[in-house]
Design a protein around this ligand. Structure first.
Ligand code: ADP
Length: 607
């Protein structure tokens, strides 16, 4: 429990320590510029609607004056007298409604388009980042930037612009009309209302803080439940049900207490603000009444004054809330823009490509030193040399964590080495177009094949987007996959992945092999599966791999030793470079590291 608490605290600290990115106005302008005319039109309509809002109380007052005059004097024809102001008021209402809908439509158009462009552009810049970037950033946080941060930015933008414009225009305009109606009454208001609004804003921000803390507590409770239910097997195996229940109870109780105090806070706030608002009404009529008695003011003016002052109050309160929204929206926007301006060190495209008929697939690693950018100081490869001769199969073996997969990652140019040079047919791979290198020259079959949630057909075609159906079938046949695929009811149209058919490990691997073979790569990298398949799948996969490796330069990252005994060359990687090299037999005879590894694996298997 203590551990979990500490790790939570650490995580919180990390979050706090992480520097908030600055809002990048330049990038914002790139997205905003195309929407400028729509935005300006929206601003005009919004200001227009707000100005009409200011006029409405004045005209209401006019109407009331007519009514009051009529009730006092019973003179003239009421309907006739009232028709003019009433119709004008009605027209104003209509116009105001139209302008309101107009600016909301325009603003939401601007907001949606800016948000969509931001999402697309952020995705584009995320997907091209260095692999090292993905080592350092959690997927969840990146997805959050695409979804909730863009959402937050968009809604803050819309809200701040529409409500901000309205509130400011209304406050300014209503103050003018208040002053025109009664300078004396306005002076009283100028003193009282800001005090009340400021007090309200202060209490409001305190309540928001309380609410945020309560929400965090709810999230903490959910986290405990999530962990326990998600890992129910572990909980059951250690008979920890009651302890987990206790943990959950503690967190839930805490959150209920916090939410209760929040409820009390809100209740007090509501009560107080009701009293304050009503007192303002009372005060206006009370003080205004005395002016009426002195003939300084008419009843209609008082009505106008009252409605206008209400508008001012509401607008001021709104502005104080909007300040918080501005801060939130800008920090969400800053998070979105942060990764957009990030340039990857390894570009996706650009550089030479070797005509495929001239490509022999001769690869040479010279004097390579490398450590992962996320783990500086932890040297993985040091003075590493290796030659992969054309048409030969080279297997790298060695301790787990020794850097075997890293060799493959460097050849794919997922990372650039800190030192040394890797050449393909004599060309530094840094001068070669990375998308050609990965897309055409090298086929990569990884340990844990990842299939996408579409049809088998599309998954294989992922290796070569313009492949015909026939090419897909051919690749599947070569990978020993055609048979089991055609046995599915939907054949090649079978959808795999989370919402589709679950494939066995061996089937997945054979589809991954087909996907790598369809581009007919000169070079093949096999990052071998660490987990053993059942004997039959193993044979099918091995059979497919044997066929796939012939006529190619092959690099096998061997996590198990049993499958690579036929490799032309076996290299033993230890302490960052190759210590032994030769065929299975010669290395066994040498009785060095390789035979040591074989022995150790045998004893492990016997255990
Ligand atoms: P092997 O394939 O021989 O098991 P790897 O090449 O996967 O070894 O890993 C070599 C070392 O580099 C290990 O210490 C591992 O922890 C570290 N490492 C591997 N991948 C990363 C990564 N993406 N970021 C940081 N360190 C890594």
């Amino acid at each position: 429990e203590m551990k979990r608490y500490n790790s939570q605290k650490k995580e919180l600290k990390v979050q706090l320590l992480e520097k908030e990115p600055e809002f990048n106005w330049k990038v914002f302008w790139i997205f905003f510029n195309p929407q400028l005319s729509a935005f300006l039109a929206a601003v005009l309509l919004a200001v227009g609607a707000a100005i009409l809002n200011i006029h409405i109380p004045l005209m209401l007052g006019e109407l009331v004056n007519v009514v009051a005059q009529f009730t006092r004097e019973h003179a003239g024809n009421y309907l006739c007298e009232v028709k003019g102001p009433a119709l004008r008021l009605l027209g104003l209402y209509g116009l105001q409604g139209l302008m309101t809908s107009g600016y909301i439509i325009l603003l939401s158009r601007v907001g949606e388009r800016v948000a969509a462009e931001m999402r697309k552009s952020l995705f584009v810049s995320l997907v091209r980042q260095d692999i090292a970037f993905f080592d350092a950033n959690k997927t969840g946080r990146m997805v959050n930037r695409l979804t909730s941060d863009v959402q937050e930015f968009k809604s803050s933008f819309k809200m701040v612009i529409s409500q901000g414009l309205r509130s400011i225009t209304q406050t300014a305009g209503c103050f003018v009309s208040l002053y025109l109606i009664s300078p004396k009454l306005t002076t009283v208001m100028v003193v009282v209302v800001p005090c009340l609004v400021a007090t309200g804003a202060l209490i409001g921000s305190f309540l928001r803080k309380l609410s945020r803390r309560a929400q965090e507590q709810v999230a903490r409770a959910t986290g405990v439940a999530d962990e326990a239910l998600g890992n129910v097997r572990a909980v059951r195996a250690f008979a920890m049900e009651s302890r987990e229940t206790e943990l959950y109870t503690v967190e839930v109780d805490k959150s209920s207490r916090m939410n209760e105090s929040l409820g009390i806070g809100i209740a007090v706030f509501q009560g107080l603000s009701n009293v304050a608002l009503n007192c303002i009404v009372l005060g206006t009529i009370y003080i205004g009444g005395s002016f009426i008695a002195n003939n300084d003011l008419s009843a209609g003016d008082l009505m106008s004054f009252y409605v206008a002052s209400q508008t001012v109050q509401r607008s001021l309160a709104n502005i104080s809330i909007l300040f918080g929204q501005v801060v939130r929206g800008m920090s969400a926007g800053a998070r979105v823009f942060e990764h957009m301006v990030l340039e990857p060190t390894i570009p996706l495209k650009g550089g030479i490509s070797i005509p495929l008929n001239l490509l022999t697939g001769h690869i040479k690693f010279s004097n390579i030193s490398f450590n992962y950018p996320t783990r500086p100081g932890h040297v993985v490869l040091k003075d590493f040399d290796l030659v992969l001769p054309p048409y030969k199969t080279v297997a790298i073996v060695g301790e787990s964590g020794g850097g075997k997969s890293t060799v493959a990652a460097l050849l794919e140019r997922f990372y650039d080495p800190d030192n040394g040079i890797i050449t393909l047919d004599g060309h530094d791979i840094k001068s070669i177009d990375p998308s050609w290198l990965r897309g055409n020259a090298i086929g990569f079959i990884s340990q844990e094949p990842v299939l996408f949630g579409t049809s088998v057909m599309e998954n294989i075609r992922f290796g070569k987007p313009d492949a015909t159906d026939k090419e897909v079938y051919e690749a599947a046949k070569m990978a020993n996959a055609h048979h089991f695929i055609t046995n599915f009811p939907d054949g090649y149209n079978t959808v795999v992945g989370e919402r589709g058919v679950t494939l066995s490990g061996g089937q997945k691997q054979r589809i991954a092999i087909a996907r790598a073979l369809i581009k007919n790569p000169r070079i093949l990298i096999l990052d071998e599966a660490t987990s053993a398949l059942d004997a039959e799948s193993e044979r099918a996969v091995q059979d497919a791999l044997d066929r796939a490796t012939s006529g190619r330069t092959v690099l096998i990252i061997a996590h198990r030793l049993s499958t690579i005994q036929n490799a032309d060359i076996i290299c033993v990687l230890s302490n960052g470079n190759i210590k032994e090299m030769g065929s299975h037999e010669t290395l066994l005879k040498k009785e060095g590291l390789y035979s040591e590894l074989i022995k150790r694996q045998r004893t492990n298997e016997q255990k």
